[in-house]
Design a protein around this ligand. Structure first.
Ligand code: GDP
Ligand code: IMO
Ligand code: MG
Length: 427
């Protein structure tokens, strides 16, 4: 039985973390989000009903859990209130079942405005949720934290200073008028704060004292990590395991007894700009998108699709110190006659299995593929390895051998119960 489990994204996000965290949460008492914000879109399908969570930990869908929005997150209070209320309207009790850190930073309307302005020059393809600018303010020591709202005069002063700074930036650098009203912003923020006030706590202290089993739910993915991903085409937080300690305020030692698993699709997708070595811009990529329903859970944008990139996956194994991999969406490959995986990158005639710091190197990077014959059989809803066609087993075995860690679980469809364990030692 695992008392601390970390679930991360192994690729460029949208690996199916929500589905996996949801089903595993049945065995945990608290579920913690600790980085990112409403840029995340974690999908869970229960009896045909779809839930997409952006700020609350996915595990909150189980009525016995406690959800924690830890200090490393940047929180849009308006969206948080909406998300809690939407679940309450569906009959789930949530208001008294989550905590939000007093140290978490806020995403303010001017952060969203700046996000769209920054996108006009040097496009990253962000979710426009104000995430990057909110972290910029945090690290530039201009951020507003949840605890700052306790004193309305102080909150008003901080918002006024920030709005003046943003106004200057918009008008003098971007030649754009900025019409945000300080009074309205202040009133709305304080109104939302009053709704969540009872849930504000020192979540670090709470977690240190908590005796139950805890699941940590990563958002985005290792390749979007600000330090270990495809910089600058990344998100603005440490989406890999590196973000756990600063995101929760828990000492690194706390995680020495945790199990680290990451989620990967049986192929690769990415949303937004940036390098993607195995991207398929032809009919095969189109088929992956259609079969996999690859449209963003947060923005609805079509996801770029390509073959599984084992060089990137091995990078994720190393960076995160992974104990196991959870593979999702194998079923999407069911109708492909040929399936490829990238086993190395070629640059200037040289092969490497290490992810370079800069994937946009002069001369470019070419993926080297190994080809597998497809199984052309339905694997959706399979319940054991013996129900998989031999070609699918060969594919899975090759992946495990290449990355050097076991595939612990296979997800065989979007529904909560469409999965099976590949190992005996479960969560
Ligand atoms: P997350 O951000 O990592 O939580 O992933 P998203 O929710 O953004 O995207 C994953 C999508 O794949 C969602 O629509 C899920 O319902 C779906 N999904 C998850 N696992 C499977 C699976 O094994 N097979 C299929 N066909 N769909 C899956
Ligand atoms: P989940 O948790 C996929 C991508 C954006 C963009 C880059 C920066 O659902 O896996 P940001 O708005 O964070 O400044 O955008 O990161 N991105 C994601 N891609 N899944 C996500 O979250 C993402 N969150 C951000 O598309 O390329
Ligand atoms: Mg997602």
């Amino acid at each position: 039985m695992k008392t601390k489990l970390v679930i991360l994204g192994a690729q460029w996000g949208d690996e199916g973390k929500g589905k996996v965290v949801d089903l595993l949460s049945a065995n945990f008492d608290a579920v913690v989000r600790y980085q990112g914000g409403s840029n995340a879109g974690h999908t869970v399908v229960v009896n045909g009903e779809k839930f997409i969570l952006h700020l609350l930990p996915t595990g909150i869908l189980h009525p016995h859990t406690i959800g924690v929005v830890a200090q490393g997150m940047v929180v849009d209070l308006e969206l948080l209130v909406e998300e809690v209320q939407a679940l309450e309207d569906k009959g789930l009790r949530v208001w008294d079942r989550f905590f939000i850190s007093d140290r978490a930073h806020l995403v303010m309307p001017y952060h969203k405005l700046l996000d769209s302005l920054f996108e006009k020059k040097g496009k990253i393809g962000t979710t426009l949720r104000g995430i990057g600018p909110s972290y910029m303010f945090k690290f530039g020591r201009k951020g507003i934290r949840v605890c700052d709202l306790e004193n309305p005069d102080n909150a008003y002063r901080l918002m006024k200073e920030n709005l003046e700074f943003v106004k200057d930036l918009c008008e003098k650098v971007y030649y754009q008028r900025q019409d945000l009203s300080l009074e309205q912003m202040f009133e709305k923020t304080m109104e939302n704060y009053r709704k969540i006030k009872e849930r504000v706590t020192d979540t670090t202290k709470w977690l240190l004292e908590f005796k139950g089993r805890v699941l940590f739910e990563g958002a985005q993915g290792t390749m979007l990590d600000i330090d270990m991903g495809t910089y600058p085409y990344v998100t603005s937080s440490n989406a890999s395991a590196l973000g756990l300690s600063n995101g929760t305020g828990l000492p690194p030692k706390y995680f020495s007894t945790a199990e680290f698993w990451a989620v990967s699709k049986a192929y690769t997708t990415r949303v937004g700009e940036g390098p993607f070595p195995t991207e398929l811009t032809d009919g095969v990529g189109e088929m992956l998108r259609n079969r996999g329903g690859e449209y963003g859970a947060t923005t609805g944008r079509p996801r770029r699709c390509g073959w599984l990139d084992l060089v990137a996956l091995k990078h994720a194994v190393r960076v995160n110190g992974l104990d196991g991999l959870i593979l999702t969406k194998l079923d999407v490959l069911d109708s492909f006659e040929e399936i490829k995986v990238c086993v190395a990158y070629e640059r200037n005639g040289k092969l490497t299995q290490d992810l370079p710091a800069n994937l946009e190197l002069v001369g470019g990077i070419k993926p080297v593929y190994k080809s597998f014959s497809g199984w052309l059989k339905d694997t959706r809803g399979a319940k054991s390895i013996s129900q998989l066609p031999p070609q699918a087993i060969e594919y899975l075995e090759f992946i495990q051998e290449y990355i050097g860690i076991p595939i612990v679980m296979l997800s065989t469809g979007p529904e909560r119960d469409e999965y099976f364990w590949m190992v005996d030692e479960k969560a």
